[in-house]
Design a protein around this ligand. Structure first.
Ligand code: NDP
Length: 412
């Protein structure tokens, strides 16, 4: 029986845990480890309270510390480690996997803490090491990155001889009824959104000012929504793996209120990721203070709503898909493949909102592909490197059904 170790017990991990438990015929021993063991135990209790009778082990681990990871891996001996902690921990977990002979899967590319920089180079540099160790590493197996690449690979396999234009369109038309909140880890989310935009055209990367390029895009069952061009990591691997692509872009919707708050946060300096000195009261209650170093964005995270608590009052739905134009049998053709996910459906099943759901479900399916031996090859891979068909089949079965439109006017 395959032994699965999941690291992290946040929003995405919660969904993945439910999904693993729903598929215990495929998965064997299951352990959840995170920075705080109590969080893992809470999650297991919630799963049991929903009536699932799974035997799930829990453990404490600081995933920034390779030695702690190695000790845990040597003891539990996982076949696959699912990294659903934060992007900062990708490399330490990959190092520990190499040291202990474990395979690896994550949902976001590595980011250094002191530099919001999104690219695969750090993780691709592990390719040879994973090859030599005979181990598989699956990178970016959430929705986007993740399903967006499986969608593109599926289109390339079945409907196109050459893909020329690719637009990944990501809409969250939900409402959590909070003045301001992020849908996944606030620190990671705000770092991502305040970055410069980037897209690929005619062999070159074109940079734009943050959120400077935007237009209305019409989403199925939702309607038109203002959508902003952003840099997104999967574009880097997609244009490499599909060299016929002439232009690749990523769009995400933001409401006006969200953007106003974001602007204020930035202008106040609260999105800074460098350390500042802060005069904090001593814990002894003496009224005296001491100088401590804090990162403003981490402080902001502590006062913002926890994305895991948004689900209950979240209505509306997400819609994420790929709009593709290219050539099949000498003829120009267009293809749009997408999934819509209702926040309340996600909440009823897992207690989490749709953004955690659309990430956690593909993470489980990727793990399932590995465990079934369908996606298993030594090296470090992005999703489009694997056969999309069995993954696409599971999306339909595991709560993220997708839909196709052919030869429609999808031009952006
Ligand atoms: P959360 O902040 O909710 O969860 C992160 C979890 O990791 C928490 O349980 C946290 O512990 C734990 N953790 C953090 N640091 C460490 C550490 N050093 N050692 C051990 N555990 C640690 O984040 P999300 O669930 O929202 O996101 C998880 C991942 O999914 C992120 O990498 C995010 O970028 C990615 N993501 C990917 C998407 C995609 O479509 N591909 C979309 C959305 C997210 P604690 O509970 O104690 O804080």
């Amino acid at each position: 029986n395959p032994r699965i170790l999941m690291i992290g017990a946040g929003g995405v991990a919660t969904v993945a845990a439910y999904k693993i438990v729903q598929n215990l015929d495929v998965f064997g021993e299951f352990m959840i480890a995170s920075r705080r063991k109590a969080k893992c135990d809470e999650l297991v209790n919630a799963i049991h309270a929903k009536g699932y009778k799974a035997d799930i082990k829990t453990a404490q681990v600081d995933a920034d510390d390779v030695e702690q990871l190695k000790a845990l891996f040597s003891e539990f001996k996982p076949d696959l480690v699912i990294n659903l902690a934060l992007p900062y921990q990708d490399l330490t977990i990959m190092d520990a996997c190499l040291a202990c002979g474990c395979n690896y899967l994550d949902t976001a590319n590595y980011e250094p803490k002191d530099e919001a920089h999104f690219e695969y180079s750090w993780q691709w540099a592990y390719k040879e090491k994973f090859e030599q160790a005979g181990l598989t590493a699956i990178l970016g197996c959430g929705f986007d990155p993740g399903v967006s690449q499986a969608f593109t690979a599926y289109a390339a396999k079945h409907y196109f001889d050459e893909i020329h234009y690719l637009d990944i369109v990501d809409c969250n038309a939900g409402n959590h009824h909070k003045a301001f909140a992020t849908n996944f880890n606030p620190e990671i989310n705000i770092r991502e959104i305040t970055q410069k935009g980037l897209y690929y055209e005619n062999g070159e990367w074109v940079e734009t000012e943050p959120l400077a390029v935007h237009q209305d895009i019409t989403y199925p069952n939702i309607g038109p929504r203002d959508s902003y061009l952003m840099h997104h990591e999967e574009l880097e691997s997609l244009v490499k793996n599909f060299p016929t692509i002439k232009r690749a872009r990523f769009w995400m919707t933001f409401g006006q209120q969200y953007l106003t708050y974001l602007d204020v946060i930035q202008n106040l300096g609260m999105s800074r990721i460098d350390e500042i000195e802060y005069e904090a009261p001593l814990a002894d209650g003496s009224g005296k203070t001491e100088k401590v170093k804090i990162v403003p964005l981490q402080f902001l995270k502590a006062v913002l709503p926890n994305p895991q608590d948004l689900g209950e009052n979240y209505d509306g739905e997400t819609s994420i898909g790929c709009r593709i134009r290219g050539i099949k049998d000498g003829k120009e053709t267009t293809y749009y493949v997408y999934n819509n996910c209702k926040h309340q459906d996600a909440y009823n099943e897992t207690g989490m909102q749709g953004v955690s759901y659309t990430t956690g479900v593909p993470a489980m399916i990727g793990a399932m592909m590995f465990v079934k031996g369908l996606w298993r090859k030594p090296g470090v891979w992005n999703l489009e490197d694997f056969d999309p068909d069995p993954f696409m089949e599971q999306l339909n079965k595991q709560g993220l059904p997708w839909h196709e439109e052919f030869d429609k006017d999808i031009e952006l």
